[in-house]
Design a protein around this ligand. Structure first.
Ligand code: HEC
Length: 115
């Protein structure tokens, strides 16, 4: 059993350990855009991002809508809500990183159409 005590075996063990850690980290749902959106936004904006005419939510898949807002404006609306509309403020509920993740997720609706 000299091999088990050898430096080569220890290096191998460390490698396998790091690999397992890496998998565990990448599988953890840390600010997953889809999950955040489904939990907080989908009931008003639709799981597909197309919105609902009845409550006047915009169609995030519309390239015209995507072009009409920059990332900062989208982040501001998520943080502070939109006055005079049912769009709530999430600044007290979500972390800045989550809001940025949501901005990217909303952008992803735009790139899924018009290709
Ligand atoms: C209670 C319903 C409701 C929820 C929940 C909600 N929204 Fe909205 N949101 C609205 C409505 C209604 C509008 C349209 C406001 C208007 O008339 O311009 C809107 C508009 C927006 C806009 C466009 C704002 C603009 O510049 O015109 C963005 C971006 C947005 N919501 C993102 C989100 C995100 C991200 C979430 C989840 C974190 C979310 N919303 C949750 C109702 C909601």
């Amino acid at each position: 059993m000299r091999f088990l005590a050898s430096p080569a075996f220890r290096v191998l063990g460390l490698g396998v350990g790091l690999l397992i850690c890496g998998f565990a980290l990448s599988a953890a749902p840390v600010s997953d855009g889809a999950a955040l959106y489904q939990q907080n936004c989908a009931m008003c904006h639709g799981a597909d991002g197309k919105g609902f005419a009845a409550i006047k939510t915009p169609d995030f898949t519309d390239p015209k809508w995507q072009a009409s807002r920059n990332d900062n404006e989208i982040a501001e609306v998520i943080k502070n809500g939109k006055k005079g509309t049912p769009m709530p403020a999430f600044g007290g509920k979500l972390k800045e990183a989550d809001i940025q993740t949501l901005v990217r997720y909303i952008r992803s609706f735009g790139s899924s159409k018009g290709k």
